[in-house]
Design a protein around this ligand. Structure first.
Ligand code: ACO
Length: 323
């Protein structure tokens, strides 16, 4: 059996922290409103001249260190991002260059907040199909650059950051317990495109554009779609919600996380939450939460971990990993 195991994890957050109190000086909002509605206290914001590929490189270096590997050991880089440095080339090829990797291949995945789960699933497929042995999977965003800082309904929700994992091929012997990526499920439904989108792009306006969101509509769809795809992932394996050690959801919003956890019947202590400190970092949110829970010793070898995300498109997906 070929399996993709997690060999290392890493993360990076820009130094600058923007608190709710800071935001209240820019738009008509309050710490109380933001904490009550979405559970966010602060977020990190990339410095001028600090680009998505820089955040990705910092997270990747930490993941390589954590894995005890060098860039020479990697043969594929996948970057999940909605905020690449340039329209092209991909952020992944810039990361490849900055890490000094001149072999293998690199590409981006665009599934907004679901990007990291899409990227893990893609990397797993490449490994299982002999196209790669070790894959650097990165979620990196400078989402602050897509925000209209006069729109209080969106600018309070997002932040910048990056997280990374090294996925490695393992050939499990007969009788050896299963581990690594056990199952995944991906979904999308483009009919919902305008519920959460950026009103710019190279083929439409020629500008970068800003985030627009029908917040209550997104909320209405989120919990049901998340729980459906979690069950679709579990069903492939025979495991149930009760078998999960950790639930690492996309960190959009505390109420969505709590709603999904409650609908699944998960005890809150099994749910990893970083949205209070990071806000919604889109494709970076799941690997940032994962890194936090690995670094503080919560996620340990042998644990059964469910990753889940949902975002613009809509896109959504889940991945079940035996650590
Ligand atoms: N501060 C103060 N007041 C605000 C703010 C703010 N930052 N933003 C909106 N309001 C006001 C509105 O203007 C409105 O005022 P009005 O009644 O005078 O018109 C009032 O608060 C209520 O607005 P609603 O949009 O109805 O508020 P709601 O309770 O639905 O909460 C929210 C809005 C938090 C965005 C909610 O809809 C939500 O959580 N949606 C999910 C969105 C999300 O998480 N998106 C992340 C990306 S999607 C993903 O990754 C899954």
């Amino acid at each position: 059996r070929i399996r993709s195991i997690i060999r290392g994890v890493g993360s990076y957050l820009p130094a600058k922290i923007l608190t709710n109190q800071d935001l209240a000086k820019i738009v008509d909002t309050s710490d109380e409103w933001i904490q009550q509605r979405v559970g966010i206290k602060e977020r990190h914001i990339a410095a001028e001249g600090e680009f998505t590929s820089d955040l990705a490189v910092a997270a990747a270096r930490q993941a390589l260190d954590n894995a005890g590997l060098e860039i020479a050991d990697i043969d594929l880089i996948i970057v999940a991002t909605t905020t690449p440095d340039f329209t092209f080339p991909s952020a992944a090829t810039l990361v490849q260059m900055k890490l000094g990797m001149h072999h293998g291949f690199a590409f981006d995945i665009q599934a907004v907040c679901s990007g990291f789960v899409y990227a893990v699933t893609t990397a797993d497929s490449y490994i299982k199909n002999n196209l790669a042995r070790r894959v650097l999977v990165i979620g990196a965003e400078t989402f602050s650059r897509l925000l209209d800082w006069t729109d209080r309904t969106t600018c309070v929700l997002f932040g910048d950051g990056a997280g990374a994992v090294v996925l490695e091929r393992a050939d499990l012997a007969e009788g050896e317990p299963d581990r690594g990526v056990l199952a995944s499920a991906l979904r999308s439904d483009g009919r919902h495109w305008d519920k959460l989108y950026v009103d710019g792009g190279p083929s439409t306006t020629g500008t970068t554009g800003h985030v627009h969101m029908q917040g209550p509509e997104v909320f209405r769809h989120a919990v049901g779609k998340i729980t459906d795809v979690v069950y679709a992932t579990l069903e492939q394996t025979g495991f149930t919600v009760a078998d999960l050690d950790w639930f690492v959801p996309h960190q959009a919003n505390r109420r969505i996380i709590d709603g999904a956890g409650a609908k699944l019947g998960l005890p809150p202590e099994k749910v990893v939450v970083t949205v209070d400190r990071h806000a919604n970092t889109s494709a970076a949110s799941v690997p940032l939460a994962l890194s936090a829970a690995v670094a503080d010793g919560r996620i340990k070898t042998g644990d059964l971990v469910m990753l889940e995300a949902m975002g613009g498109g809509f896109t959504w997906g889940a991945s079940l990993i035996r650590w």
